[in-house]
Design a protein around this ligand. Structure first.
Ligand code: PEP
Ligand code: MN
Length: 339
């Protein structure tokens, strides 16, 4: 349930409602909008039946929420959330570009890629240090060493860093080195991990699960918000379907759909979404046209020698073309590339 306060409700009236709810051992999430304050109620709402909540001073109305999620929904927060990551805005009118190799392989590979991406106007460098690979015999990533390389490259280039965490152990390590966490498709429903990330208050890219529907995805985000971390960026990365011509089916309809039901920003990963480098740029264009708040793209100096996801990685030349095209499309959609 959500309590919509009157536009002129005073601080005292808001805290009166808060006190009333906490006396009943219900949790609250307060959203202070430009127009009015909205209070989300957490816990067993049945306790509120026959209470005078609706007629308390400052209360406009009570809105029962039908969706299983609440904090991620538009009813809770009608305005779009804009996440500010050390000056880089994600959401609103901005278009954020995240790019980099699937996996951090070496200092040379990372610095070469980072310097190129910086020149191209990318703001956030991606690079996996903990790689959740399908086969235990595939390259598993450099672990903490990879995180250290990412942190060093940030020092040298000023790029912000996003990197995947796969467990509470890797989360603890990543918190020391990165600016944005990534939860991969395989861990979208690792609820323990999501709760720990919620407590960390670090911005997080939450990828859609391989076979997850939109409701499951939003519920996964709800786990993070419910722990007090509102800095969640959703990432559509394609889902499993019967189609085998592409690695995944990139469900771009999720972009406008999410925009209707949630206030969270959403970016698109056309690399994992297609699995084929030659499809990445066309789908990146389509993602921006569909209203995505940004892109996350795999880029490698020599995709044919990449230790993971070479097939879907762009080389520098192709990435430069992608950026040229996105720069042309962005203004038509009144989007500004984040600085
Ligand atoms: C990745 O970003 O390299 C990755 C493993 O992505 P996903 O979790 O979407 O498969
Ligand atoms: Mn990858």
């Amino acid at each position: 349930m959500v309590i919509v306060m009157k536009a002129n409700a005073t601080e005292e009236q808001i805290s009166g409602v808060e006190k009333f709810l906490s006396n009943l051992e219900l949790g609250v999430h307060i959203s202070t909008g430009s127009e009015r304050t909205i209070i989300g109620v957490i816990g067993d709402k049945r306790i509120l039946i026959d209470t005078p909540l609706e007629i308390m001073p400052g209360v406009d109305r009570l809105v029962p929420i039908m969706e299983p999620y609440k904090l991620v929904g538009k009813t809770f927060r009608p305005e779009s959330t804009v996440i500010n990551i050390q000056g880089v805005e994600v959401g609103g009118d901005s278009l954020v570009m995240m790019a980099g190799p699937c996996a951090v392989e070496s200092e040379k590979q990372l610095i070469e890629t980072a310097v190129f991406l910086k020149e191209q106007g990318v703001q956030i460098l991606r690079g996996g240090a903990y790689k959740p690979r399908t086969s235990p015999y595939s390259f598993q990533g450099l672990g903490e060493e990879g995180l250290k390389l990412l942190a060093r490259v940030r020092e040298e280039t000023g790029l912000l860093i996003v990197s995947e965490v796969v467990s509470t152990d890797s989360l603890e390590k990543a918190l020391k080195y990165v600016d944005v966490l990534q939860v991969g498709a395989r861990n979208m429903q690792n609820f323990d991990l999501l709760q720990h990330i919620g407590k960390s208050k670090m911005p997080v890219v939450l990828k859609r699960g391989l076979s997850s529907n939109i409701e499951e995805w939003l519920n996964a985000a709800e786990y993070i918000l419910n722990e007090g971390n509102y800095q969640v960026i959703l990432c559509e990365r394609g889902i499993r379907t019967f189609e085998t011509a592409t690695r995944n089916t990139l469900d771009l309809s999720s972009v406008p759909l999410i925009k209707e039901i949630s206030h969270l920003p959403i970016i698109v990963d056309p690399s994992h979404g297609t699995g084929k480098w030659n499809l990445v740029t066309p789908m990146a264009r389509a993602a921006v046209a569909a209203g995505a708040d940004g892109l996350i793209v795999e880029v490698h100096p020599n995709p044919q020698f990449a230790l993971s996801d070479g097939n879907q990685s762009l080389n520098f030349e192709s990435f430069s073309t992608l950026m040229d095209e996105i720069r042309k499309i962005a203004p038509i959609l009144k989007r500004e590339l984040s600085q």
